[in-house]
Design a protein around this ligand. Structure first.
Ligand SMILES: N[C@@H](CCC(=O)N[C@@H](CS)C(=O)NCC(=O)O)C(=O)O
Length: 231
């Protein structure tokens, strides 16, 4: 049984954007797994992995951190389960998608949601997260929250290549979802879980795709409660 270590909030929400990539990858592969919540400030709980971030998986004798490394491990270790990448070329292109999500999408969206996340956490975790976000973005959480409209607009603009692609095909993987879809859905799932305001406009093509992603695996991602009425 694979164990996935991910962030857990005070009320139980599993709010780690990167861990959602791993959750969806595990579902896609059809592998049995258990999730293990950790508090974001509790680095002792994940010291066994030799670094300080989640997701981490323990798969038998293997301990692997970083969502991308985990996806590659799952693809290699379980070659007979449905493929996440569809071969070497798909893997190489998915690495690009992963970099777009990490370097353009998450940085655009994170300031809009940062205060919302902190409000879900206990005092110790909230203080830890505040320090991380404020150092990364050079503004207070309150300043980020006040500027959230501009951040959300920048995020929507950064999604334009996804939007253009989804006008021509159902998923980034083509007719069926692949790892690249799980990567691109992760910021939207994060916003859905932590933020009370919708980040997509009501008629956005991406909204229909995100609904399809939430429907996968008997509504697996949808089962995580949304923070607000949307989603
Ligand atoms: N490149 C890593 C990023 C992981 C990451 O940033 N995880 C966040 C949670 S979503 C984390 O553990 N943050 C804790 C910290 O910064 O101390 C991946 O793809 O897994």
């Amino acid at each position: 049984m694979i164990i996935l270590y991910e962030l857990g909030a005070a009320g139980g929400a599993r709010y780690s954007a990167f861990s959602w990539r791993t959750r969806m990858a595990l579902m896609h592969k059809g592998l049995a797994f258990e999730t293990h919540p950790v508090r974001v400030a509790d680095k002792a709980a994940i010291a066994f992995s030799g670094q300080g971030k989640v997701p981490i998986i323990r798969d038998g004798a293997h301990v692997i951190s970083d969502s991308w490394n985990i996806a590659e491990h799952l693809e290699t270790a379980y070659p007979d389960a449905p493929s996440l990448f569809g071969g070497p070329s798909g893997l190489a292109l998915s690495r690009f998608v992963n970099a777009v999500a990490d370097r353009q999408l998450m940085p655009a969206l994170a300031p809009a949601c940062a205060l919302s996340v902190a409000r879900m956490l206990d005092a110790g975790d909230a203080a830890y997260l505040r320090a991380v976000f404020e150092k990364a973005f050079g503004r207070t959480l309150e300043e980020m929250h006040a500027g959230r409209e501009a951040s959300v607009k920048a995020f929507r603009r950064a999604l334009d290549p996804l939007r253009a692609t989804l006008r021509r095909q159902a998923f980034l993987g083509g007719a069926a979802p692949a790892y690249a879809d799980y990567v691109m859905m992760s910021p939207l799932q994060w916003a859905r879980i932590v933020h009370a305001e919708p980040v997509l406009e009501a008629d956005d093509t991406i909204g229909a795709w995100f609904e399809r992603m939430l429907d996968l695996f008997q509504g697996y991602a949808r089962a995580e409660p949304a923070r607000a009425v949307h989603g």
